[in-house]
Design a protein around this ligand. Structure first.
Ligand code: NI
Length: 168
């Protein structure tokens, strides 16, 4: 496994904690655009997929012979689980707790276990190691999303310097 994968997985909760430490509840509930997630929704998503999208799939590959890994619609899941109503600090605490256990567990997987495979319903064959790598990739994507929300919140206060930037 790439060394940075476990390093990223280990440090994500503390990075998130640092980013939200000075944000008010209201700032965490603000969406940069109607179709984008707020910080609160991102944190609820991370806590929610930790088991459903990540650990349970690695467990299935390690314990079963070439299992099918069901996919899920993350937007439907966000509405169903009411991400927009979950206390973001509880979500982060839940993620941190699950993540500590998951990193300990991942460190114990042997090379032969990392090579085991499954078939993801949408994208086809993947190995345990590839999914674990995506787990870290997914972390950084959502960390970046939170940084983007914080960055966009500064934009209205930049006066004419806004001309240098095009918000997408
Ligand atoms: Ni995601």
């Amino acid at each position: 496994m790439l060394k940075q994968v476990l390093e990223i997985l280990t440090t994500t909760p503390e990075k998130l904690q640092r980013e939200i430490s000075t944000m008010s509840r209201r700032e965490m509930q603000t969406r940069a655009a109607p179709n984008k997630w707020s910080v609160q929704e991102v944190l609820a998503h991370l806590a929610d997929v930790e088991e459903l999208g990540m650990r349970s799939r690695v467990v299935a590959m390690v314990e079963q012979e070439n299992p099918t890994l069901p996919s899920f619609d993350q937007e439907a899941r966000a509405a169903e689980m009411e991400y927009s109503k979950i206390d973001p600090r509880r979500s982060l605490a839940s993620l941190a707790r699950q993540r500590r256990a998951n990193v300990q567990w991942l460190r114990k997987l042997r090379p032969a276990q990392l090579k085991r495979k499954g078939v993801h319903e949408k994208v086809g064959e993947i190995s345990a190691e590839e999914l674990i790598t995506e787990w870290a990739f997914h972390d950084l994507g959502h960390l970046k999303q939170i940084l983007e929300i914080k960055r966009y919140a500064l934009y209205p206060h930049m006066g004419n310097m806004q001309a240098f930037y095009q918000l997408s």
